[in-house]
Design a protein around this ligand. Sequence first.
Ligand SMILES: *Cc1c(COP(=O)(O)O)cnc(C)c1O
Length: 380
Amino acid sequence: MKKLATKYIHAGAEPDPSTGAIMTPIFQTSTYVQEAPGVNKGYEYARSQNPTRKALEDALAIIENAKYGLAFSSGVAATDAIIKLLAPGDEVIAANDMYGGTYRLFTKIFEKFGIKFIYVDTTDPANVKAAITGKTKLVWLETPTNPLMNITDIAAVAAITKAANVWLCVDNTFATPYLQNPLDLGADIVMHSATKYLGGHSDVIQGAIMVNDTGLREQLYFIQKSSGAVPGPFDCFLVLRGIKTLHLRMQQHSINGEKIAHWLRKHPKVKAVYWPGFEDSKGYAVAREQMRGFGGMISFELQNDTAEEVKRVLSATKLFSLAESLGGVESLINHPATMTHASIPREERIKNGLSDGLIRLSVGVEDADDLIEDLQQAIG
Ligand SMILES: *Cc1c(COP(=O)(O)O)cnc(C)c1O
C-alpha cells in the first residue's frame, strides 16, 4: 500500500481516456446517449452515475482504506442516507456530544418515523454496551467530538458492536482520514462532512460515506439514487482537488493547532482549553493510539465568561473570521451555543459540558505567530 501523500495525490485520478486530460473533467451532463435501449457505457442518468462523481467516490474509498465510497450533496445528506438503512422500531445509540445538525436530524426528522435514539457518554464504552437492546441496529460515534474534543476508543466500541451484531458508524469529519481511519479499527461505516477538511477551502457543501461491506454499499447506493441527495459534478471536482493536498494541510493544521492550544493554556485570561493532544487530557492515551496527530480544532473558555466578554472576544479577532463551519485553510472562530450547536436544547448542552461561554477555533494554515498575535489582541 502506498504512503499517505502518494495515495492522496493519485487517489481516483486516471487520465481522461478520450483526451488524456490529467485532471478528471467536470462531466456537466444530466444524461448519456445510449446506443440502443439498455446498451450504454455504464452511465444512464446522472442521479445514478456521473464520471466526475465516480472518480471522487473511488478517491474517497482509497483515502479511508475502504472498498467503497459514496458522495452526497452534504454531510447531513450522508447521515440521512445511513439512517434510512433502518426501519421503524429500530434503535440507535448515539454519542451525547456531537454535531448539532446530526442531533437535529435524529430528533426532529427521524424520531417521528419511529426510530429511537438513545444518547450515552461513549467515552466509556461500557455505556454503549449497557444501552444495547435486541432492537439496536446502529451505534453512532464522533471522535474527537464537536466541540468538546472528547475521545472515544473506536476499537473498544467496535468489539462491542461486532459481538452484538450492530453496525458502528463513525463521523470522521474532525480527524479526517489523514489522522484516523475508523474502518481499520473495526467500524462498519465512516461518514464525513466533506465540506470541511476534505474540500478544505470553504467553497463547497458535500458529504461522504465509506464502507467495506458489499451488501452495505448496495443498500447505500440504492438509497443514494432513490432519495437523490447527490452532489453536482463541479462540487465533486472541488473535493477531488481538495483531497490532493489533504496531507499538507493536515500537517500544518496540526502544527498550528498544537502551538495555539499550548499558548492558550498558558494565557492568564483562559480558564480551560479542549484539544486532544494535551498529555493530561482524559482521552489522550486513546487519541495517541488511534490518531496520527491531533489537528487544528480547539475549544476554550475564558476566566471571565460573561456573555458580554465572550461576545467581545468573538467580535475582536481580525484573522479568525466569525463563522460557522471549519476545516478550511483560513482560521475561523465560532460560538457553539448560539451558532453551530444552537439546535441542541440548553439543558442538554450544559449537562454535556457545552457551556454558554465556550469558544471554538478552526485553526487554519496561516502563520501560527500571526494567529497567536490576533488572539492576543482579541483576548487582551
Ligand atoms: C459540518 C458537520 C456535519 C454536517 O455536514 P454538512 O456538510 O454541513 O451537511 C456533520 N458532522 C460534523 C462533525 C460536522 O462538523
